[in-house]
Design a protein around this ligand. Structure first.
Ligand SMILES: Cc1cc2nc3c(=O)[nH]c(=O)nc-3n(C[C@H](O)[C@H](O)[C@H](O)COP(=O)(O)OP(=O)(O)OC[C@H]3O[C@@H](n4cnc5c(N)ncnc54)[C@H](O)[C@@H]3O)c2cc1C
Length: 351
């Protein structure tokens, strides 16, 4: 079967790789892959600490994908010989003041009700795990089941010439213009223009700081004087500080206010941040749907010769959800059904 994938971001390339592994002839169409949110993403694989109020329906899919990540990472590294920066230390939740601790406890209660393991820790225990944290930290918790990956390394591996995927450097605006037997629309925020589905851009500003040594080993998600921030350390000394969430259409301007909103709580929680080089400031567009869950499934009535599927709207979780999305879409294409529970992701809820 000839399969065309519109969009060469994390989701499109993961789907393409899974289909190629199952023996299909896959072509990925994308004029400018550097546009995608994956280039900006922090890479938290955090079914616990990235769970948000009101997103309960997504929890099962997030945990399913998390279980697939170790195998997905090992197989992709083995197929390409490339590292992904996959790490398993977990997330620490930290609070600066007593009010911030009340907020962290509220989150911890919510994570527990959602069925993910979280261990409350006092400030001293947190600093034993991460000595560079501020001595003012009041307390928090550890979510040991969260992992992380470096999305830029992940994208480099998924784009490796060693994978049997044909790449065409052009955009596709109408799936019916392609001659492939099956077409998968996986073009992030471009999905609304191609399919009419309600996927909108949600702006996220993020900073990349750099020092000679890593300041942290765990991912730290913190609240400082009511401001939320996350800190994602890489082994080479990079520290990712994220992220704002803004409804500003397709705007990718990095603003002084955005940088301030991230640096202020980051330096409150981890004072050593002030000594690091500000290596990069970025803004990316998360593909969001009205209920924050992705759309995965068959799109009816497109009029062209090929069967059309969609895989998009992954919002804040596209890196985490890449393995389960790839598996589910490849099942739907090759077998017509999947054992993955896609009940939160139906296309029909928007058509
Ligand atoms: C600041 C920030 C932090 C994030 N942190 C995390 C995180 O820690 N963990 C996590 O799981 N997720 C995170 N995300 C979310 C994650 O980046 C997205 O959910 C994910 O990138 C979505 O993948 P995608 O392939 O659907 O879209 P994208 O990554 O946006 O890729 C879309 C691709 O489609 C291509 N395209 C667009 N239009 C067309 C067209 N007409 N024809 C062909 N190609 C087209 C683009 O060039 C691009 O390559 C973050 C996002 C942001 C912005």
């Amino acid at each position: 079967m000839k399969v065309g994938v519109i969009g060469g971001g994390i989701v499109g390339l993961s789907v393409a790789w899974e289909l190629a592994r199952r023996g299909e002839q896959v072509t990925v169409y994308d004029a400018d892959p550097a546009r995608g949110a994956g280039r900006v993403a922090a890479g938290m694989l955090a079914p616990t600490a990235e769970t948000a109020f009101g997103e309960e329906a997504l929890q099962g899919l997030m945990l399913d994908s998390m279980r697939r990540w170790p195998g997905f990472a090992a197989e992709l590294s083995a197929a390409t010989g490339m590292p992904l920066g996959y790490r398993t230390e977990g997330t620490l939740l930290v609070a600066l003041t007593e009010d911030d601790l009340t907020e962290v406890r509220r989150l911890v209660d919510y994570y527990r009700r959602a069925g993910t393991p979280v261990e409350p820790l006092a400030g001293r225990a947190l600093r034993e795990l991460e000595p560079m944290l501020s001595p003012r930290i009041r307390g928090g918790a550890r979510a040991a089941g969260d992992h992380q990956v470096d999305p830029r390394l992940l994208l480099a591996a998924l784009r490796s010439q060693r994978l049997p995927i044909r790449r065409v450097q052009k955009d596709v605006h109408d799936p019916s213009s392609l001659r492939d037997d099956v077409i998968i629309v996986a073009n992030g925020c471009g999905m609304a223009a191609v399919t009419g589905l309600p996927v909108r851009p949600v702006k996220g500003q993020l900073l990349r700081l750099r020092g000679p040594e890593p300041l942290l080993t765990h991912v730290v998600r913190g609240v400082a004087l009511g401001r939320h921030v996350y800190l994602v350390p890489r082994a080479d000394g990079e520290l990712v500080v994220g992220a704002t969430e803004e409804e500003r259409g397709a705007d990718t301007t990095v603003t002084a206010g955005g940088v301030l909103d991230l640096l202020r709580p980051a330096a409150d929680l981890l004072p050593g941040v002030a000594e690091l080089a500000l290596a990069e400031t970025l803004a990316g567009l998360r593909p969001g749907t009205p209920d924050n869950a992705p759309v995965i499934g068959r799109l009816e009535g497109t009029g062209g010769p090929g069967t059309v599927f969609v895989a998009g709207g992954h919002y804040r979780h596209g890196v985490l959800l890449a393995p389960v999305t790839a598996h589910a879409v490849a099942d739907l294409v090759t077998k017509g059904s999947t054992d993955v529970d896609l009940s939160a992701c139906g296309v029909s809820r928007f058509t």
